[in-house]
Design a binder for this molecule. Structure first.
Ligand SMILES: [Ca+2]
Ligand SMILES: [Ca+2]
Length: 174
């Protein structure tokens, strides 16, 4: 499958260590892209999902290849460390402090982030579904009227809309 998806090799056709991976929709096209870390001298691969289960390695294009060239990286985790709505990445390295790469590309869209706290459901609310309603349509627009959370317990809470470009914590009504 890795061969068919074109994630088994670097852009020069060489095999890589493929030590760790994480997925995130980095270009906001609705398809998960794939970051794969490798041994030193192999760089880090950033496989852009081009659809049809095919990927193009853009690690060198965005600077990941050279930035991580001298490190053997055994982990990868996307997270928004600076709370600006775009994914940054944490890369633990063998024999070196972990590398934190801040996304300087920026999130050009309006966004809202929610942190869910379950009470009847598990604390982390794994499996909850969040729907955002704006102007009668259920999607993220500039003005949000309501946020509905369907918790794993089956309970449904409806919260008022939030301002754009910030995170909010929503707690399950007990
Ligand atoms: Ca994508
Ligand atoms: Ca960020």
């Amino acid at each position: 499958m890795a061969l068919e998806a074109e994630v088994a090799f670097d852009p020069a056709g060489r095999t890589t260590g493929a030590m760790a991976a994480d997925a995130e929709d980095l270009n906001e096209d609705g398809r998960l892209d794939l970051l794969v870390t490798n041994f030193n001298s192999q760089g880090t691969s950033l496989h852009t999902n081009v659809g049809g289960m095919r990927f193009v390695d853009r690690g060198n294009v965005v600077g990941l290849g050279m930035t991580m060239f001298k490190y053997s990286t055994f982990g990868a985790r996307f997270l928004d460390l600076d709370n600006d709505g775009d994914p940054d990445v944490l890369l633990p390295c063998v024999g070196e402090p972990p590398r934190l790469l801040r996304n300087e590309g920026g999130n050009r869209n309006r966004w809202r982030g929610v942190r869910l706290v379950g009470t009847r459901s598990g604390r982390d609310a794994i499996g909850a579904r969040v729907a955002v309603t704006a102007g009668g349509r259920t999607q993220a627009l500039e003005r949000v009227d309501a946020i509905e959370v369907r918790w794993p317990s089956g309970h449904v809470d409806r919260f008022p809309g939030t301002a754009a470009n910030r995170y909010v914590t929503l707690t399950e009504e007990s």
